[in-house]
Design a protein. Structure first.
Length: 218
């Protein structure tokens, strides 16, 4: 019998992030730099929300419940049946953290970048020198290939689970439910108003960044 595994905020985050990454690639590929910048700001908002939700959200969303040390990862590789918690496995957690970190680096570089013609710039570009913005743009372009490699690996893992382990991870990220092994600890949902507060805080941070990150008064 299927049980709740992913809450609605996590599922919305996942699919919105997927769409925005695709849109970010499309917008810069076809020279819609202004749209590309706003897409990056939207991704920044999602990342801040996910960070907060990783501390205050449902049990399967909390970093403390799925991020484990090397010993736990090795133990999982030796015997995956020993893991008895809904959500990400210790190995899957490494993929999630790596992907989120890579996206955060990509967004961070974009915030300080300017386009080659100097017509568009990230909201924080004015805080650094012209040489620094050029360097940020170059790394922003190159880092995309690192991000792309991690995305391909993520898709590969999903396909492996689907065809080798008969586990439909994609459908579970749509419905939020998945068949769990007996004895698996179920998801403990968070309050809806906590999600609203986390989203409001994420919007506030994004708005502050768009404003050029002015100094915070003591």
């Amino acid at each position: 019998m299927k049980a709740p595994v992913w809450d609605l905020p996590i599922r919305l985050f996942h699919w919105l992030l997927t769409g925005l990454i695709g849109f970010s690639w499309w917008s810069v590929r076809f020279d819609h730099t202004d749209w590309h910048i706003w897409s990056g700001i939207a991704i920044l908002t999602l990342l801040v929300f996910r960070l907060l939700w990783g501390f205050f959200g449902s049990s399967t969303a909390r970093f403390a419940n799925f991020v484990r040390g090397p010993a736990a990862v090795v133990a999982y590789l030796r015997d995956s049946s020993s893991w008895r918690a809904a959500g990400h496995s210790p190995l899957g957690a490494l993929s999630v953290v790596a992907l989120l970190a890579a996206i955060a680096v990509q967004v961070g570089l974009g915030l300080f970048s300017t386009d080659p013609d100097g017509l568009f710039e990230g909201p924080l570009a004015s805080l650094v020198s012209i040489d620094a913005t050029d360097t940020a743009r170059d790394f922003h372009e190159l880092w995309f290939y690192v991000l792309l490699a991690l995305i391909v690996m993520h898709i590969g893992a999903i396909l492996y689970y689907r065809f080798m382990l008969s586990t439909k991870l994609t459908s579970s990220m749509i419905s939020g439910r998945l068949a769990l092994k007996p004895g698996t600890e179920p998801m403990r949902p968070a309050r809806w108003w906590v999600a609203v507060l986390c989203l409001a805080a994420a919007f506030a941070v994004a708005r502050w960044v768009v404003a050029g990150a002015p100094p915070i008064s003591p």
